[in-house]
Ligand binder design. Structure first.
Ligand code: UDX
Length: 429
């Protein structure tokens, strides 16, 4: 079976490589010629552990190739995965223009039966729209099926998540299509939920919104913990051991970011509004998240008096560790607020870079040691595993004031205090 994966972003590239690893012949299709050329040479357009090795392996095995020739790719294949972006409209609704574009292309060029698998995160009802877009673009009628198959992989863990998923959701409106997709995933060992396309579409949003809700709940609780002198990490451990709650996504911090949670929670809220249903809980999840970085900034301001002329060293830019992705990263909100209030800001991240609007006003340093020189406060925004390994005893000498504000509760509070730091985490940590 030949497979085409349309869109070579995070989900598309990972999907294509995992399918190649399972033994299928895969073509990655993208209209961006630069991306295609980069991938052909064995380079990834983003940072993700382990993926570049797999790319090189399968360029060599011949099981993966990349092209921007849509017509040829569609004609040569049996199965097409749609993995294009679904960004947010300003009102929070999902923008389906890329899904529509590729659906029309598929319709125009198809010359026999195709199974079309949608992995892009899309609002309820999109499978029906994709079916219509394909049908309307067909020059000659050919049969096809559109299956909704949401992807749950996380950045930084893309490969292991895609190879060992917790579950596979298949939203199909006939058995033939769902059997075909199951056969494709033959080597994945996990529960498979066969359902309607609309249910599958909702499952993806519902899962992300639920995880975001867990985080915002812990972030609210952390603020109470700060007032009560109770360690929020211990509260998280205590509640997470209840199997009905589970230990994941209970880490308080400076809020969630990334390309999925903020966008997907808003899109689900929009869907609810459109259908006359009030998901007011999600409105709170969003507003807690938007303000969460301010809680840490308040702590810094209280300690320093004001930010005017003070030097802040921000450790971590990416929205989470093991990725260079800075989309909706809380670190950016913190840096902008510090600059607005007159602070001098130095930044370090092992892989992420500053966005262009901050390039001149903040200084990106090659090492955390360099960022800390002369600092009045360290503000840790991303829990990179290298940060606890810093020689904190030595770097203290180079700081102006030994203040550490840990937005991810990463460092050992007792150790930092013993080293002579004024240390504050989130939620009395
Ligand atoms: C998420 C979903 O987990 C994944 O299933 C979906 O396919 C895409 O969206 P991702 O955005 O890659 O994945 O990152 P994730 O690990 O879920 O973290 C999202 C954000 O939540 C990060 O900013 C992270 O720092 C934050 N977070 C996570 C917390 O603040 N506390 C936690 O306990 C967990």
């Amino acid at each position: 079976m030949n497979i085409v994966v349309i869109g070579t972003g995070y989900v598309g590239t990972t999907t294509a490589l995992v399918l190649a690893e399972m033994g299928w012949n895969v073509t990655g299709l993208d209209r961006d010629e630069n991306k295609v050329n980069l991938l052909r040479q064995g380079s990834l357009p983003f940072y993700e552990e382990g993926l570049e090795e797999l790319l090189k392996k399968h360029l060599q095995s011949g099981r993966i190739r990349f092209t921007n020739d849509t017509e040829q790719a569609v004609k040569d294949t049996d199965v097409i995965f749609i993995c294009v972006g679904t960004p947010s409209h300003p009102d929070g609704n999902a923008d389906l223009r890329y899904v529509q574009q590729v659906s029309s292309d598929i319709g125009r060029y198809m010359d026999n039966y195709k199974l079309i698998v949608n992995k892009s995160t899309v609002p309820v009802g999109t499978q029906e729209r994709v079916t219509e877009w394909i049908r309307n673009a067909q020059l000659v009628p050919h049969s096809f099926d559109v299956v909704s198959n949401p992807e749950f992989l996380r950045e930084g863990k893309a490969l292991s998540d895609a190879m060992n998923p917790d579950r596979i959701i298949i939203g199909a409106d006939n058995e033939h299509a769902s059997k075909l997709l199951q056969a494709l995933y033959y080597s994945l060992d996990c529960p498979v939920v066969i359902t309607t396309p609309r249910t599958a579409e909702l499952v993806k949003y519902a899962a992300n919104a639920f995880l975001a809700t867990k985080i915002s709940y812990m972030n609210e609780l952390a603020k109470l913990c700060d007032r009560l002198d109770i360690n929020v990490k211990e509260v998280a451990e205590g509640i997470g051991l209840d199997s009905r709650i589970g230990p994941g996504f209970l880490q308080a911090g400076i809020g969630y970011g990334g390309s999925c949670f903020p966008k997907d929670v808003s899109a689900l809220l929009q869907t609810a509004n459109k259908h006359g249903s009030n998901l007011t809980l999600l409105e709170q999840v969003i507003s807690v998240n938007r303000a969460q970085h301010l809680h840490l900034l308040d702590k810094v301001r209280t300690r320093l008096g004001s930010f005017e002329g003070k030097k802040a060293a921000v450790l971590g830019l990416a929205f989470k560790p093991d990725t260079d992705d800075i989309r909706e990263a809380p670190a950016l909100r913190i840096i902008r607020a510090l600059l607005d209030e007159g602070a001098l800001v130095s930044v370090h991240d092992p892989v992420a870079k500053l966005p262009s609007d901050l390039n001149r006003s903040a200084v990106l340093c090659a090492s955390p040691e360099q960022a800390l020189i002369g600092a009045d406060a360290v503000i840790l925004c991303t829990e990179w595993s290298s940060y606890p390994l810093l020689d904190w005893k030595r770097v203290k000498q180079s700081m102006n004031q030994p203040n550490v504000f840990d937005g991810r509760n990463l460092l050992d509070a007792k150790l930092m205090t013993a080293l002579g730091y004024y240390y504050q985490g989130i939620g009395y940590c």
